[in-house]
Design a protein around this ligand. Structure first.
Ligand SMILES: [Ca+2]
Ligand SMILES: [Ca+2]
Ligand SMILES: [Ca+2]
Length: 445
């Protein structure tokens, strides 16, 4: 039972950010903070996900003049936290210690002030969050204007518990990263925000650079601009995902439209979506397959397979088969081993590798679920070779140590004289079909 699914092999789930108007507009809309399902690491190093984050730059000094600084802030959010990454160029990283109770009050530091519900007013002990990290990684904080002051580093008494931040000194400045845990992070939510860069030099405080556009009293929520949370981007995957070299064979996915239990997510397309977590799951042993109809004949170079996580034992008996009509299938390879998940396995030696327009992964021995299948090869077809007239002995293995060599030879000759019979084709075909068995190599994904 063959069903054809028209699904693109290159599946890119584009991020769909929508801008939502905030309920409370206490300042100017500073932009949309996209969400990410990627796992971020709090280490002062910029995770890739920040590249799609909201970027804030080009700020003002307290006198209203443009802030002459190349500081950039990147904002993104995950399911449970707002993340802020600060890239701070600064040639004079300074410490002006005057009060040991406020260890980083007079140091080059980044100070994030957040009004989590964009209420626009002070709530003692609650709003705003005032969170500072200096270039040496010391933290200080305060909850609410006039509220509890927490001017201590966690190394001293550990009482800064409503955010985390890390800073690392880099060539020409430092980088700071904040993780601010918050509940109910959903698209459309507005949050008041002002970020200061407190820039000190050897003469004292040089300047404070603000992101907010109202500078009357930039420590109060009514002066903050606000950001709005955007959609959480679905993770994107590209096919092929193994990173293997070669010409991947693309086309139309063939096989089961739905998988085990009529699950639409476990149909044949799940083996060609680049997502190692999704998998094709047949209806039963030998009941269903996943494959590609390339639309023209290909000779395989290799097949790269990621078995289903947790089910490597089901790889025994897995077959790669080829067909030109989708009805009659020829077996090119059969697995005698268990799978290699989380590593991909690469099959490079085949039987009957004479060129087919359709290829499939199929198992009649075990339940044939599989996470990813990648067929690699070159267009071509070996002309029907009368094997009895060109027995394997006439093409000893020494003359054709690698499957690729005779295939390439065949293709070259075919290209030059596509309609003429050539003894070289015959010999190459014989050597290809004489290659028995299979080889497995492993590749880290
Ligand atoms: Ca990081
Ligand atoms: Ca400085
Ligand atoms: Ca998959």
């Amino acid at each position: 039972m063959k069903k054809v699914i028209s699904i693109l092999l290159s599946v890119l789930l584009a991020a769909a950010f929508t801008t939502v108007t905030a309920a409370d507009e206490t300042g100017e809309n500073a932009g949309t903070v996209p969400g990410t399902s990627a796992a971020l690491t709090l280490d002062g190093v910029m995770d890739e996900a920040y590249q799609s984050g909201l970027v804030l730059e080009g700020f003002k000094l307290s006198d209203g003049e443009p802030g002459d600084t190349a500081v950039k802030y990147y904002l993104i959010y995950t399911a449970d936290a707002l993340w802020v990454f600060a890239d701070v160029p600064d040639d004079t990283l300074e410490t002006v210690l005057e009060n040991e109770d406020q260890p980083n009050y007079k140091m080059d530091s980044v100070e994030v002030m957040l009004d989590p519900d964009n209420g626009g007013y002070n709530t003692p002990d609650e709003t705003p969050f005032q969170m500072r990290v200096d270039y040496q990684g010391n933290l200080s904080a305060r909850l609410g204007q006039g509220g509890t002051s927490l001017y201590h580093s966690p190394e001293r008494d550990g009482n800064v518990d409503f955010f985390e931040a890390v800073a690392v000194v880099v060539d020409g400045g430092f980088q700071a990263e904040y993780r601010i845990p918050l509940e109910d992070l959903t698209p459309g939510r507005a949050m008041g925000l002002n970020i200061c860069y407190n820039d000190w030099d050897e003469d004292g405080l040089d300047r404070v650079v603000y992101t907010t556009t109202k500078l009357v009293d930039s420590w109060y929520p009514e002066s903050f601009d606000y950001v709005v949370l955007g959609e959480i981007a679905a993770p994107s995957y590209e096919y092929p995902a193994s990173g293997a070299d070669g010409n991947v064979i693309t086309g139309t996915v063939i096989g089961n439209e739905t998988g085990w239990g009529d699950n639409a997510d476990a149909g044949a397309a799940a083996a060609f979506d680049g997502n190692p977590a999704s998998f094709f799951d047949p209806l039963g042993v030998g009941d269903g397959f996943c494959g590609i109809d390339a639309g023209e004949s290909y000779i395989l170079d290799k097949v790269v397979i990621l078995s289903r996580e947790g089910w490597n034992d089901r790889f025994v008996g897995a077959m790669i088969q080829g067909s030109d009509d989708g009805e009659n299938w020829t077996t090119l390879w059969t697995s005698g081993e268990t799978g290699t998940n989380p590593d991909y396995c690469t099959v490079t030696e085949f039987e009957n590798n004479t060129g087919y327009s359709q290829f499939r992964y199929f198992n009649e021995t075990n339940h044939g679920d599989v996470a990813e299948v990648e067929f690699y090869g070159q267009p071509g077809k070996v002309e029907a070779a009368p094997v009895e007239e060109a027995p394997a002995e006439e093409a000893p293995a020494e003359e054709a140590p690698a499957a690729e060599a005779p295939v390439d030879q065949t293709l070259d000759q075919k290209a030059e004289a596509p309609n003429t019979f050539d003894f070289g084709i015959l010999a190459a075909a014989a050597s290809v079909v004489s290659l028995g068995g299979f080889a497995l190599t492993r590749k880290k994904h």
